[in-house]
Design a protein around this ligand. Sequence first.
Ligand code: MOS
Length: 677
Amino acid sequence: MNRIEGRVKVTGLATYAAEYPVEDVTYAFPVQSQIAKGRVRHVDAQDALAMPGVLAVLSGEDPPPLASGADGELALFQSREVAYRGQIVAAVVADTYENARAAAAVVRVDYDSDDHDVSLRADHPGLYKPDHVNPAYPTDSEKGDIEAGLAEAATVVDVVYETPVLHNNPMEPHAALACWDDEGGLLVYDTAQGTTLSRDTLAQVFGLPKERVRVVSRHVGGGFGSKGTTRPQAVLAAMAARVVGRPVKIVLTRQQMFDVTGYRTPTIQRLRLGADAQGRLTALEHVAYEQTSTLEEFAEQTATPTRIMYATPALRTAHRLVRLDVATPSWMRAPGECPGMYALESAMDELAYALGMDPVELRVVNEPETEPDSGLPFSSRNLVGCLREGARRFGWEHRDPTPGVRRDGEWLIGTGVAASTYPARRRPSKARAVVEDDGDFLVQVAAADIGTGARTALTRIAAEALGVAPERVHVELGDSDLPEAPVAGGSMGTASWGSAIVRACEELKSDGKEGLADTTEEVRGDAAFSRHAFGAQFVEVRVSSVTGEVRVPRLLGVFAAGRIVDPKLARSQFIGGMTMGMGMGLMEETLTDEEFGGFLRRDLAQYHVPACADVPDVEAVWLDERDAELNPMASKGIGEIGIVGTAAAIGNAVYHATGHRVRELPITPDKILMPRF
Ligand code: MOS
């Protein structure tokens, strides 16, 4: 299907959070901390208040009240402590955006500054073991004897891989427009990946009953996780609107987004792999070191994919975290699986070379019968099928494994492969389906379409459930007043909302007028199977021996992700993820400012993401898989698996091209050229 909202989007008619016409609207602009750690001693708002159009300056001097217990990133002005450079410490509200921004520049903030620490190290004395990792996995796992497995191995690989801070860069900046009504009810147009969650969070932060809060996010211009949890702009807009008694709009600048909308934690990952002469793993250990803030704990599940990938008698995974004077890391497309599989799949490639074995065959040889960590049966697992189909399509059989020997003028040529995986989950959701006066069907669910095509996919699911043409189905989403639904995240939106829609449509068919569904009960019993999507990424690179530039003329992903609801929408999700994976492999990196705290490279001029010219040939295909264990659609999630494995496949191809193994992302020209000097 074509996107239902495609026309309104490309003609500019789709209304995003900051674009709702609201009378009497005012504008807020944040003032951000200039220090990385310490306390705000005094905020002098006098000059700002004298500027044209200024209505108020909010700060810890006279903090507008919030309910206690709010997330530290959202408890604006409630404490004088500064947790990171860039934290919001004040805000100006004015009649225009320009006046608010100009006045914010003259708010004077004095600090008592402490020494800060913003550097992740694998030997940091502050490393600790969190209680669990995101969202609720055990922190560590251990099966068998790692040391014994390594001791008996014919070949051992012991390597450290590092990934940098990465930032989501959705096209639509984080924005909120907040209005209070005369009865104390709050309406927020927000850039949320889930209006139910955003409503619940705002209700909690402001101490309101849920019924008094409404969040609307009809169109969201990308999120990738950065809009999955409520971000400070929504709280600030609502707080400021209460103070000035008028609606308040706030749109973060791209630079501010880098500071306060979350980021992917940097990782240091040590992998130890042992294998016998046939390539069968005798031991597999994956330890991840990551950071969080002093405000909140976010422990990314980096090593968890290693628990499900390969058969081995000894398997150990662990996560260690350190609290630094940084913003709290958060979700970015495939948190955990993405950086973790980068390291695991790179190390597997190193093992293949050490064994003199084809990297596809190494993975096939280590295919497990059941989930290696838990022993649970897989609901379905077609990794080998993806590898074989990818190898066939890519022309893998003609590959000469020797590194650094193919050359076309200045260009060194290589190919690489990596596996990918992502959990197939679902969460409880409600939905409503009714017959409208004209005989068409209205389907309501507080789902979010953040650019994924969810609105269209859900229309198709409802049409199939009702046995009518999609044109007769109208899906309404993006509003917390609709039936409660989980966030667009964790690649489980379609599975969660779609299940509820199927049930609501079934009930509508028997009732004749209305169907209401709540899947809370049927989602229990998730523990019987290991449920994951799988895939294989194949990459060709050309590396300039003169400049060190890496180009990717071919990128192929083959996925086994359950039944594909709509091929056109799915392809977009897969190739979008793969393109983002190329960014991770070659370009994306936010530098931490060691001296002053905060981040360097806070704009798209310096934080590079792939553009069209970088992806001349990116293709995604899939196996015919139906997973009846998961949901009524027999589908798995597809939003995140495309990014998983791509960076490893690129790094493996760079090694094949150059004979040089880069173990720190991104693989920028300096890292290609430096070894020669
Ligand atoms: Mo995605 S990181 O689950 O929004």
